[in-house]
Design a binder for this molecule. Sequence first.
Ligand code: GAP
Length: 494
Amino acid sequence: MVDMDTLVSLCKRRGFVFQSSEIYGGLGSSWDYGPLGVELRRNIRNLWWRDVVHLRRDVVGLEAAILMHPRVWQASGHVERFTDPMVDCRACKRRFRADHVDAQPWTHYCPAKKENKFEVPAGEPCKHCGARRTLCPECGKGELTEPRQFNLMLKTFLGPVEDEAAVTYLRPETAQGMFVNFENVLQATRRKLPFGIAQVGRSFRNEITPGNFIFRTREFEQMELEFFVNPQDTVEGQPADEYWHESWIQERFAWYQRYGIRAENIRLREHGKDELAHYAKRCVDVEYQFAIGWSELEGIANRTDYDLRRHAEVSGKTLTYFDEERKVHVVPYVIEPAAGVDRSLLAFLTDAYHAEEVRGEKRVVLRFHPELAPVKIAVLPLLKKRDEIVARAWAIRDELARRWVTVYDDTAAIGRLYRRQDEVGTPYCVTVDVQTVGDPAKGEAGDGRVTVRDRDSMEQIRVPIERLAPVFERLLGGGPWSAVAADYPRQSSA
Ligand code: GAP
């Protein structure tokens, strides 16, 4: 498993992720996505949208505003309950999550012993005097305050006057946009239950202990689906909400594996009763084995009718569905698969990373699924001083770029160019050489063929230029390399 430092360094060097505001010393836990990162993010979002919205008959999309009426957050419970217990250091003024402080080992000067300096293990009191950690884990000197509840929403003010009447919040989840628009979408689309509303967008949380690169940040992007079901229905002998919850758990678990996450690095974890959110009947996390250990990648909750009921109560509007068969108004239950773009990106990157030895040299390769790869094809001229080769390579790049993300690179020798593309996960390279264009000075005609190289096997085939588009259609459409390569002559690899 690749460690986090190696990933962070690769991401910066190759233009996936940069520290935000780096020239000013950086802003803690804020990250910018560079030229390759931005493509990878788009691919993740697009695949999610295609599979969760476009390919289904029962889901529609929405894009709600980030700023919402402040009463939304009262109704949702975020003002009252979206809190973490915090302790402050009286000396250095740093703030920590109370449960995190207790989860670290600490140095204790015990009043009950002569040789009194001890390392006390995480989560335990001193075995001599029974004291719990009371000193700051950072400066080691200041006393910690009693835990206080700290709200995680980022507050802001609307309009020119910064008073209580102008307070609102940057949304901490995209979900509420779907709940408050339930009636609008129902009216506009005339949907029958069950149906879902999906949204991709930025969310903000004033996380106290952000970190681990893009795993936990204060600004992040979510991909959320609110799937509304009739709680009076049964499907295959089960209550409809329970049936659909299980179905979405399996679908989302399979989704990550469909795009390359290896089975041994992903698992489902059922929430215990004591950790369920106040609105949830049941919740299952999809967890990934990140470099920091097994952690949540996506949560799939059965939110019952909590949200629609709360918004109906606080807004005074009716948020129900008319069940034509039973002639009753029902408040739908909600199944919510809630994923993060940034966390998915970290998981896909971690899983794709491979370091191997090839002919005595280290090769780093990101084995991205072709649909995730930021660049699909790199066109490389073998000799950058031969005008005909360069012109032909550019022409091929421009033609392929109409359909797939295709780059041109001539800034190094061919072996190095291949390694660079391997390191960013480009599945295929096309090389234009002397044989392609011939040598007019010697009266030699070119064969009009180029070399196509496969990232994973490093095998190469010779393909006529006019066959490139159909070849990539097959390869990038999911066709195996071995089947496509069988139709063309092999070339010994570089
Ligand atoms: N609407 C439910 C909800 O927001 P969540 O488990 O708090 O549930 C869903 O968030 C997903 O959003 C997480 O599984 C994670 O992928 C992503 N996420 C949440 N907080 C994040 C943070 N601070 N930084 C990056 N991603 C985050």
